[in-house]
Design a protein around this ligand. Structure first.
Ligand code: CA2
Length: 144
């Protein structure tokens, strides 16, 4: 397998850069995806980016990633806090997943403090904005 990495973003992350800049920053999703592709290239990783507002799309893409990607960087958005289906998909595929959140979910409302994804992730990065995606790519490249 070439060093392929899938970057998946969940619900409402397509709204980045339009509202709530104090929480999520000013960069758009397109900016973050461009950053991931460029950073990946610099690290020798072939990065593909996808976003969906639908839980089932994310589950399907995680399933399809098995055997196709070396690792997955996942910001599940609000599904982090609700989705047993995404947890199960990650567990079923055995994919290496790094969970990324732009905001520090532990410094926010209590309902954001628990993520169903964290227990099946190799690592979790939160609160560092778009830099979190770069750090996740670096972690994948370092462990290759
Ligand atoms: O901090 C993160 O990256 C989150 O995954 C973002 C999710 C939130 O539900 C999680 O608790 C933490 C929400 C993304 C919403 O993005 C927006 C961007 C601009 C305007 C409105 C929403």
């Amino acid at each position: 397998m070439a060093h392929r990495v899938l970057v998946l973003n969940g619900p409402n992350l397509n709204m980045l850069g339009t509202r709530e800049p104090q929480t999520y920053g000013t960069q758009t999703l397109a900016d973050i995806e461009t950053l991931c592709i460029a950073e990946g290239k610099a690290l020798g990783l072939d990065v593909t980016c996808r976003q969906s507002n639908h839980e089932g799309d994310l589950v399907t893409w995680i399933q399809e990633a098995m055997g196709q990607y070396e690792a997955l960087i996942l910001n599940p958005g609000a599904y982090s806090h609700t989705s047993v289906a995404i947890h199960d998909a990650i567990r079923a595929t055995g994919l290496k997943v790094i969970e990324v959140h732009l905001s520090n979910i532990h410094a926010r409302e209590p309902f954001r403090h628990h993520s169903y994804v964290s227990a099946v992730a190799a690592g979790v990065i939160c609160g560092l904005g778009a830099t979190g995606y770069k750090l996740a790519l670096t972690a994948i490249a370092d462990k290759r």
